[in-house]
Design a protein around this ligand. Structure first.
Ligand SMILES: *Cc1c(COP(=O)(O)O)cnc(C)c1O
Length: 357
């Protein structure tokens, strides 16, 4: 399929951010967006157009029944000026799986590459230059058919928007305080937890707000059945360093299979660290924290890469993890992954994709 390009008029271009370090995540968007429609059983009219308000019927099915999915990845500018992506095929494959889970039409992985590249070609100047900053890329698909009967929609809109984001740790690599929710859950086995679909984020807000009111940054989610086994932290996957082993919950359907999670597992194993994917209960976590066997806890995700946990609150008791600071492995994993993303370290795994622009 051809990708039509309609550039923004020179006088309609958006102002570029003056101070890249002051960017608030998700507030500034580039000049263009990619769009295409699914109609009559096929994707059509692929186009790069000026960033714009969507025309959506108020009966559009996504607005009522939540058929919507998204992805999140970043473009990194290397010191040589070239733009690189980190394991983008993983995001594009996950987007396809999310689509199938939500009864939405998949988008071919190769075509997603072409779409992102067509967009980055015209908006390459929007990829920021300062170290640690990047261009956030948000592919999205929504059910656009106007219809109020409950069934999979017959029409969809796929689009990609991008925007520059500041380095996540502008004020230093700081540990977060997390709150264990033993009342609310994010997802259940058999549900949609493993899909990057809108409903998971809507259902997480209430507990997240409660945690914030109590002074915590993130919610630690337990499983939806026994409310005993660890699942994720906020919108990140989670790792525990117990003595010299790395433990993370297995992907059993209610957990989002993170690209960063996969990269941490691969990298740690490459370093000779034992990584175990197994169910881990909150009682085991708290006992290990108390006994001192829990050396580190950290979350993983595209935004932060590694988010160290300094404090954990369970049943109104606060526990300090390790010495409350950033653990040795958290630091090492962060430095290595960020180093690979910005071309400062070697990439023995072939994780880097140079954008053809
Ligand atoms: C996106 C996301 C993650 C992290 O995935 P990455 O591919 O590493 O960015 C983890 N958990 C949830 C719920 C997410 O939405």
């Amino acid at each position: 399929m051809e990708i039509r390009v309609q550039p923004v008029a020179p006088d309609k271009r958006r102002p570029k951010p003056k101070d890249e370090s002051k960017l608030i995540f998700g507030r500034v968007f580039s000049d263009h967006m990619f769009m295409m429609d699914f109609r009559a059983g096929a994707w059509q009219d692929a186009r790069v157009v000026p960033y714009q308000i969507l025309g959506l019927d108020p009966a559009a099915m996504v607005l009522h029944y939540g058929q919507g999915i998204f992805e999140g990845l970043k473009g990194y500018r290397w010191p040589n000026g070239k733009i690189h992506l980190f394991r983008p095929e993983k995001n594009f494959e996950r987007f396809k799986r999310s689509a199938l889970r939500m009864c939405m039409p998949p988008v071919d992985v190769d075509f997603q590459f072409r779409a992102v590249e067509a967009l980055l070609k015209i908006d390459r100047d929007w990829v920021p230059h300062s170290l640690g900053s990047s261009l956030y890329i948000r592919p999205t698909m929504i059910a656009s058919e106007p219809h109020l009967g409950v069934r999979p929609a017959g029409e969809y809109l796929y689009y990609i928007i991008t925007g520059p984001v500041a380095a996540y740790y502008a004020e230093g690599f700081n540990p977060v305080k997390i709150y264990v929710s033993d009342e609310y859950v994010r997802a259940v086995r058999g549900g949609v937890g493993e899909a990057k679909t809108m409903a998971n984020y809507a259902s997480s807000l209430y507990a997240a707000e409660m945690a914030k009111k109590k002074g915590f940054t993130q919610v630690l989610w337990l499983d939806g059945i026994e409310r005993r086994f660890i699942e994720e932290v906020g919108t990140m996957n989670i790792f525990f360093r117990i003595k010299d082993e790395l433990v993370t919950p297995p992907l059993t359907g209610s957990i989002l299979p993170g690209v960063t999670r996969d990269s941490v597992i691969e990298l740690a194993r490459h370093w000779g660290i034992t990584v175990t994917e197994r169910p881990i209960s909150i009682d085991e976590v708290i006992d290990a924290v108390k006994s001192g066997n829990m050396k580190e806890i950290f979350g993983t995700g595209t935004a932060a890469v590694i988010s160290p946990v300094g404090e954990i609150s369970f049943k109104d008791k606060n526990h300090t993890v390790g010495n409350g600071g950033v653990g040795e492995w958290s630091h090492r994993l962060y430095d290595e992954i960020v180093g690979i993303q910005y071309g400062e370290k070697e990439d023995p795994f072939g994780w880097i994709y140079p954008v053809k622009v």
